[in-house]
Structure formats: C-alpha cells, structure tokens
Design a protein around this ligand. Structure first.
Ligand code: KIV
Length: 254
C-alpha cells in the first residue's frame, strides 16, 4: 500500500481526479500532474463492454488496479469497491485490504453504509464516500436530489463526514445542493455532474478524451477526439498495407 497523507485536502486548491484502468494511461495522468487516479467500476462499461457497473467483479477491479499502480507509482490510487463486495463488514474489510495490496491508497464505496464505513475507518483504511446518483443500485441514470431527496443527501453527507471519510464524490446533483454540502462538511467534495462549487472534480478518462462518440452527457466536456484519431490512424494503416506502402524499407530489417 502506498502511504499518503490525506489530512488537509480541503485547503482551497481544487482536487483533480481522473479514472484510469491501465498502466500506460495511468502513467500519462501521473505525468500530467493529476492528484488522484480512480480505478472506477466504470471499468465494466468503458473497458469490459457491460451495460452498467453492476456486474464488475473484485478480480477484474484488482487486475486493473495492479496495472494502474504499475504505471503511476507516485500518485494515490483510489480503488472502487464493486457492487456486492461490501455487503458485510467482513467482506468490506477483506476486499478493501485486497485493493491496498494491489497498490491503492484508499477505497471508494457508494451510499450511506455507516456500519461498513465505520469498520473500514477503524481498520485504518482511507475511505471515499459516494452520494447522489449511485450507479451500482440505480434503476436509471438521472439527476438526484432535486426535490425532497436533497435533504437526505445532505444528511448522508454529514454522516459520512462524521464517520471520517477522506472525501465524498457527489454524482449528478444540482449545483446548489453540492454547494450546500461542500460548505457543510469538513472533508472535500468531489463532483461529477455536481457543478462548480465542489472542492474537486472527477471524470471518466474515456469520456474526457472522446473515446465513445455516442456518449455525450451534459456533465462531460470532451477535451480530445481520440476516437477520431484512432479511426484516422487505422484507416491510414489499412490503406498503406493494401497499397504496399507499409512496411517500407525504413520499417523493415535488412
Ligand atoms: O466508476 C467511476 O468511474 C466512478 C465515477 C464517480 C467517476 O465512480
């Protein structure tokens, strides 16, 4: 386990987090100075082709956490406990320790599971909470906390904060609610679709670099068109091979 001091995170400078699932991308993010890398269970959707995140296994998460840890040796990694890996205190502590052994410095879990979080914290495992839209249990993906549920999300945030989580991810909630939560808790809030008032932001790397042209949610800003670049390169390669331009002398052994 990499040891990092998570105290004093909420000090005004925004916290920048991106997901990664493999060694090379993790290494690029480290060189770009990203503060934390999340090995998210979004792995199931963006890497493994599942329709949601509900069936990602611990084995798959650990496999990719090890790959990320190999590429980002100096960046704290957050391992996302997948659905059903923290149904009991024993499972949660056991599986969280497996993440730490795989190279993570903290684990994330969805919802207000106070007993589980308390046990992880007392086992000295740094925990990131996750409130708002909870993909592991959601029936459909929609903005949360717009009506009466706002109070419950604020209450859950206060409870997670008092349990000692190192940060809370707030997913798809109105920015006014995120602002209220951010001002009310002592730990940093990390937004994804939660507006500008959070202490930090997280995005899925595949969304940020435009790997899926068909996925365009409101909360994602695409900073590159890597799908377009890959397609262009693959087409050029195909044309070169078909027209005997590759491999040329320069790319062959004499
Ligand atoms: O799995 C994931 O990628 C997440 C998001 C909050 C980024 O949990």
């Amino acid at each position: 386990m990499k040891q990092f001091d998570f105290s004093n995170l909420k000090k005004g400078k925004k916290i920048v987090i991106l997901t990664a699932y493999d060694c090379q991308v993790a290494n690029i993010l480290e060189k770009a100075g990203i503060d934390f890398i999340l090995v998210g269970d979004s792995l199931g959707m963006v890497v493994l082709g599942h329709k949601d995140t509900k069936n990602v296994s611990m084995q798959e998460m650990l496999h990719h956490t090890k790959a990320v840890a190999a590429g980002a040796k100096n960046t704290p990694i957050i391992g996302d406990l997948p659905a059903n890996s923290y149904n009991t205190i024993e499972d949660a502590v056991h599986n969280a320790k497996l993440f730490l052994d795989a190279g993570a410095s903290a684990v994330k879990l969805e919802g207000n599971n106070s007993e589980i979080i308390r046990s992880l914290v007392s086992a000295k495992i740094p925990v990131v909470g996750h409130l708002g839209l909870l993909p592991q249990t959601a029936e459909k993906y929609s903005v949360q906390g717009t009506g009466d549920t706002a109070k419950a999300i604020l209450q859950d945030s206060l409870e997670l904060d008092s349990l000692g989580v190192i940060a809370i991810v707030l997913e798809c909630i109105p920015d006014s609610l995120a602002k209220k939560i951010t001002e009310s808790v002592s730990c940093p809030t990390i937004g994804i679709g939660a507006g500008a008032h959070c202490d930090g932001q997280v995005l899925v790397i595949n969304d940020l670099i435009g790997l899926n042209p068909d996925f365009n949610p409101k909360f994602v800003k695409k900073y590159a068109d890597i799908a377009g670049e890959i397609k262009k390169a693959a087409k050029l390669f195909k044309e070169d091979v078909l027209n005997n331009r590759f491999p040329d002398e320069k790319h062959s052994f004499q």
